[in-house]
Ligand binder design. Structure first.
Ligand code: GLA
Length: 388
């Protein structure tokens, strides 16, 4: 049909008219790059650390308009563009435009946390009869791996594409004694973006001495891209949480969420009970607690879902971990200026940190975080995005 039309046009039209028509047809038939971009990975320089180590930024774009940027400094997710219900994209994570922003210090925006995500009470634990003393960086406690955790080191990075999607693989060797932990720990983290709008994070680690491991990602989400997160509607697949003392160290109890401000078994606005007169809420200055996830740890299952009514964006979190720290950005106080000069005000981002329970090395009743030579630590978390 097209061939016959072309022949007819060629015979009946002046040559310049025919050329214009043919050109128009080509333009018209070419797919618009915005409609179905080819999945791709772009690698750029992202500056240097103070000791001169070059750092890269990897930007992964899928066919559905999701775009994530990850730097090998701290394995940080620096930006994450997700379409709303009208197809309009916005960056839904907190962070900085430049490496300098991260180097100046920040509350773990987007970073990989290790060797032990969350707190270890009194910054010490005993393993096989030996006591290990860790760096104290949260009062008397140890938080998120210590003074220089995995969020502040440069990881070896490699990007590749295969049938599963776009990948950035990060490797880091944490030396025996680093921040007080025993054993050389070889850590591998693979970020994968696929065309189902899933951002998957797979962690593995091996050690040459018995040690403890608990890895997570500390992204702060704001599904509207601005404002506070109090109107976000959250559901957590947890019937119990681990109450804490004033220093946010679990007491060891598993407490039912039923009848407390911690009941997110049905979708509930984050702000609905965040200022409740409740000692646990007071200790956390809002939510900063570990939830005991339903189902079997080690199997990938739904942990949480968050819906933001104005944009329609939805974040679903799946994990193999037994726990989930829900942190409502209570320590954000408007002093940090992030991307595009945005002020990060109180509760302008929330974290859903998949994890083993805080202080597990001192709580024999909690699922174990011990890793021994010959074993492989494995953990998978999926952040899945949609809009409705
Ligand atoms: C975690 C902790 C919080 C806080 C933030 C960073 O979520 O549980 O108490 O330290 O990291 O500010």
């Amino acid at each position: 049909m097209i061939v016959r039309l072309q022949a007819f046009a060629r015979e009946t039209m002046k040559p310049w008219k025919w050329a214009a028509l043919a050109c128009g047809a080509v333009l018209w038939s070419a797919p618009s790059p915005q409609q179905a971009p080819e999945p791709k990975i772009m690698k750029q320089g992202f500056g240097k650390t103070p000791d001169g180590v070059p750092v890269e930024l990897y930007t992964l774009t899928n066919r559905k308009g999701v775009r994530v940027s990850i730097t090998n400094y701290g394995g940080i997710i620096t930006s994450l563009l997700v379409p709303d219900r009208n197809g309009r994209s916005r960056d839904i994570v907190l962070g900085f435009d430049t490496l300098e922003g991260y180097l100046k210090g920040h509350p773990y925006f987007g970073a990989i946390i290790g060797r032990y995500g969350n707190r270890i009470g009194q910054a010490r634990f005993t393993l096989d009869g030996v006591e290990y003393k860790l760096a104290k960086n949260d009062g008397d406690n140890h938080l998120h791996g210590g003074l220089k955790g995995f969020d502040k080191v440069v990881w070896k990075a490699r990007e590749y594409t295969d049938g599963d999607g776009l990948h950035v693989a990060l490797d880091y060797r944490s030396r025996d004694g680093e921040e007080g932990y025993p054993g050389n720990l070889d850590v591998n983290v693979v970020y994968t973006l696929n065309d189902n709008n899933q951002l998957r994070i797979e962690y593995t680690a091996t050690t040459d001495k018995p040690t403890v491991v608990n890895l997570t990602n500390h992204s702060y989400f704001n599904l509207a891209g601005e404002g506070d997160i109090l109107g976000h509607v959250l559901q957590i697949q947890a019937d119990y949480f681990t109450p804490v003392d004033q220093g946010l160290i679990p007491t060891g109890e598993l407490r039912p969420v039923k009848g407390t401000p911690f009941d997110f078994t049905t979708p509930t606005a984050i702000g609905a009970r965040i200022d409740a007169d409740d000692p646990q809420i007071r200790f956390g200055r809002g939510y900063d607690h570990n939830f005991v996830l339903r189902g079997a740890a080690g199997t990938l299952r739904e942990a949480a879902e968050v819906y933001e009514p104005s944009s329609g964006r939805v974040l679903r979190v799946l994990t193999t971990e037994p726990g989930l720290q829900f942190y409502s950005g209570n320590f954000l106080d408007g002093t940090l200026r992030g991307k595009g000069g945005q002020v990060y005000a109180h509760r302008s981002g929330f974290c859903l940190e998949t994890q083993h329970f805080p202080d597990s090395p001192n709580k024999p009743q909690f699922p174990s975080t011990v890793l021994r030579p010959g074993q492989t630590y494995r953990s998978t978390t999926v952040f899945e995005f949609s809009a409705r």
